[in-house]
Design a protein around this ligand. Structure first.
Ligand SMILES: *Cc1c(COP(=O)(O)O)cnc(C)c1O
Length: 439
């Protein structure tokens, strides 16, 4: 099959293409967030007109079973009626007051009553803002400047975290984005995931300068790099030992793999947790949380300044409250994990039967289409050449009505709105796409 045939368009995409051409006149690359531009896959990005439950419809009238779920927030699927009702009731009373409001109290109470690892929180408006503020808090508490992160973890577009490893195994970072000064990058240390010796070595040398260790306990932005639980426990022990703070960036895993996120899943108590995505029920909300003692460093009580005009916006709080109430329905997380496990293992069984180099790591309701047959736990184990398989699978699935996030480094999400029937339909279509990609 020639490459041209391979990417033949069998669904109408004219309206999306026209809107994208127009968007190129307004926005850099035609988008307001880079991965949306479809640069790693084929064709113009889809312009979505509406969505309900597990399905989205684009402006050309194509319908897709959606596994991107807005990159994670939509744990109850699109346009959930309970969330919608709470939002509608709230929005008519005014959208923002710049004062405290009861909705913020209610969401704060729900979280703190049901999350055993934190005692106080502060709402912000995105995951990036949550991480940025958590880093400032850690620096304010410790009076130190350096931070330690891991290769393969993403923490939003915070300057000090847009940093990649330089040469050598463990290094001071070098900026991975124009506009991030090397002087900022130099305060970030980067280690590979799951290297205990190197961690001990670096902490022994530099702990006195390090404010915090930040990690995605379930790294899900560079594939899904599920970690050994004993390594997360080791991080906790070493952070105590060397007296540095441990931040779990739970912007994806928070309220996703269980109400208490990865902290609860692995029973590891970090010092600070960042939230985003699911917490806002589809609206722009983030938060950072910790013990009362640590959070009392934040203004107006303490010396660490952090503020936000639209923070704890009542409409967003109402959406988050409704979403998290639904998460607390008994059996909710178990059911999502069960569906996801059945879905992933069906695909893996097919890959094995056919001898296709693909496997499907999954945890809670998060999954990843991984290429090769070995378990992948570090980003350097991902072979970029395999992304050609993803490109073909992604294209095929668009033709048959399944939407995956448009990059092979992105994970997929299953929501409460994905029925067993939806997932069986998707398995059939993904198998057919695998036949095309691996033929
Ligand atoms: C998405 C994400 C962020 C950034 O959140 P935004 O709301 O996109 O700013 C930070 N950390 C992790 C782990 C994320 O998945």
């Amino acid at each position: 099959m020639s490459t041209n045939n391979m990417y033949q368009q069998r669904i109408p995409r004219e309206k999306s293409a026209a809107m994208f051409a127009e968007a190129l006149e307004y926005f850099p690359g035609g988008v307001n967030s880079p991965v949306r531009a479809f640069r790693s896959v084929s064709g113009p990005p889809l312009f979505i007109e509406q969505a309900k439950g597990s399905r989205m419809q684009d402006v050309d009238g194509n319908v897709f079973l959606d596994f991107c779920c807005s990159w994670g927030p939509l744990i109850h699927g699109h346009a959930n009626e309970y969330i919608e009702e709470k939002v509608m009731k709230t929005v008519v009373k005014g959208t923002s007051f710049g004062t405290p409001n009861e909705m913020g109290n209610r969401l704060g109470k729900l979280i703190l009553d049901n999350h055993p690892y934190v005692e106080r929180l502060r709402f912000v408006s995105s995951g990036t803002e949550a991480v940025m503020s958590a880093i400032r808090l850690a620096r304010g508490v410790t009076g130190r400047n350096k931070i330690l992160k891991f290769d393969g973890c993403y923490h939003g577009h915070v300057d000090s975290l847009l940093v990649k490893a330089g040469s050598g195994l463990a290094t001071f970072g070098t900026s991975s984005s124009a506009g991030v000064p090397e002087s900022v990058a130099a305060d970030t240390l980067i280690l590979p995931l799951n290297d205990r010796d190197l961690l001990e070595e670096i902490l022994s040398k530099h702990a006195h300068e390090i404010a915090c260790i930040i990690v995605e306990p379930i790294p899900a932005n560079n594939g899904l790099l599920i970690q050994d639980p004993s390594w997360l426990k080791c991080l906790r022990i070493k952070a105590y030992k060397h007296n540095v703070l441990l931040i779990f960036d739970e912007v994806i895993s928070g309220f996703r793999v269980g109400f208490a996120g990865a902290a609860g899943y692995y029973d590891v108590k970090p010092d600070i947790i960042t939230f985003g995505k699911v917490i806002g029920g589809g609206f722009p909300v983030g938060a950072y949380a910790a013990s009362k003692e640590i959070m009392d460093y934040i203004a107006p009580v303490g010396p660490v300044y952090q503020a936000g005009t639209l923070s704890a916006n009542p409409v967003a709080m109402a959406a988050g409250l409704a979403a998290l109430e639904l998460c607390l329905t008994p059996g909710f997380y178990e059911l999502q994990a069960e569906k996801t496990h059945a879905f992933a293992t069906a695909l893996e069984a097919y890959a094995r039967e056919k001898g296709y180099p693909m496997h499907v790591p999954h945890i809670g309701s998060i999954f990843w289409l991984a290429f090769g047959t070995d378990r992948i736990t570090r980003s350097d184990q991902i072979d970029p050449a395999n992304m050609e398989y993803f490109k073909m699978i992604h294209h095929e699935l668009l033709q048959t009505g399944v939407y995956l996030g448009p990059s092979g480094y992105e994970v997929g999400f299953i929501s409460g709105a994905h029925s067993v029937g939806d997932l069986e339909e998707a398995v059939g279509k993904i198998k057919a796409a695998m036949d095309v990609a691996f033929a």
